[in-house]
Design a protein around this ligand. Structure first.
Ligand SMILES: [Zn+2]
Length: 252
C-alpha cells in the first residue's frame, strides 16, 4: 500500500485538508498491452482515483454520502475515467475508477480521509485520544514510538519537512510531538521548571509542539539556521523562553 499526501498549500484545519491518500491496489489485466501504452495510462488512472477519492472525502464533511459519490463521479469523468464504486463512511472515501484502453478495462482503487479539524479534538492537555491525532510518517521522524500531532500541525510539519528535504537533500530529525500527562511528568521530574513545562500546560500536551533531535538542531548549526529562516512560513515558532533551539510550536 502506498501512502500519499496531498499538501497543496492547505494550511489550517479547514475541511479542505486531505492529509493522506492511501492509494492502493492496481488490479488490471494488461497482457495485451505494450509497456508504452500502459505506463501513462496507469499514472493517469492513479491520479484520477486519487482525485475522485479526495473530492468525495472533502465533500463528505458537508454533503451526504450519495452526494459525495456524485462529486467523485464528476472528478472521475473530468479525468477521463469512470467511477466504478464509491463508499463514504464518516470522513473517509474509498473509490474505484475504471479506464478502458485498447478494449481492456482496468481499475484503480484509492482511499482518502479528511482529518478532523482541530476544533473537534477532544480531551485536555496531555489527555488527547491518540485516534484524534495524526501519526507523522516521514524519513527522519522517529517511528517507534510514533510521533503524533494535531492534524493541522501535522500537515504543516510535513510540508516543512518536504521543503527542507527538497532544498537541502537532507532530512530534519524529529524526536517528539504529542506528549501525554505521564510523559510530561517524567520530563518535568527530570528537568524541572522552566526547562520543562508544568504537566498540563505544555504545548506538547496539546499536540502542537515538536522537538527535533538535539543535536543537530542546535543554535549555530545549519538545520537550525534553516528553521529560523523558513519555519514561520509553515506556522512554526521557536521556543525562546526558555531557549530551546530544538523545540518549535505550531501557531497556525
Ligand atoms: Zn519540547
Amino acid at each position: 500500500m502506498t501512502l500519499r499526501r496531498r499538501l497543496a498549500g492547505d494550511h489550517g484545519a479547514g475541511g479542505t485538508l486531505a492529509l493522506m491518500v492511501a492509494a492502493g491496489t492496481l488490479a488490471f489485466s494488461l497482457l495485451a498491452l505494450s509497456l508504452f501504452s500502459v505506463l501513462p495510462a496507469k499514472a493517469r488512472a492513479n491520479a484520477a482515483a486519487d482525485s475522485a477519492a479526495i473530492a468525495a472525502a472533502e465533500s463528505a464533511s458537508v454533503r451526504s454520502a450519495d452526494e459525495s459519490c456524485a462529486v467523485a463521479a464528476e472528478a472521475a469523468t473530468l479525468n477521463k475515467t469512470t467511477l466504478l464504486s464509491c463508499d463514504v463512511v464518516g470522513g473517509e472515501a474509498t473509490v474505484t475508477v475504471g479506464q478502458e484502453i485498447l478494449a481492456t478495462t482496468f481499475s484503480v482503487a484509492a482511499r482518502a480521509a479528511v482529518p478532523r479539524p482541530a476544533a473537534q479534538v477532544s480531551g485536555v492537555n496531555g489527555a488527547i485520544p491518540l485516534e484524534d491525532l495524526v501519526v507523522i510518517s516521514y524519513p527522519g521522524v522517529r517511528a517507534d514510538p510514533p510521533v503524533y500531532l494535531r492534524s493541522d500541525a501535522a500537515s504543516a510539519l510535513l510540508q516543512m519537512l518536504d521543503s527542507y528535504h527538497s532544498q537541502t537533500g537532507d532530512y530534519l530529525p524529529v524526536d517528539e510531538g504529542y506528549r501525554d500527562l505521564a510523559g510530561q511528568q517524567r520530563v518535568f521530574n527530570e528537568y524541572g521548571w522552566p526547562r520543562a513545562a508544568i504537566p498540563g500546560t505544555s504545548n506538547h500536551g496539546l499536540a502542537i509542539a515538536i522537538d527535533f533531535v538535539n543535536p543537530p538542531v542546535v543554535r549555530g548549526a545549519s538545520p537550525h539556521a534553516w528553521l529560523v529562516d523558513n519555519a514561520a512560513q509553515f506556522g512554526f515558532e521557536p521556543l525562546t523562553d526558555p531557549d530551546e533551539p530544538w523545540h518549535w510550536d505550531y501557531a497556525g
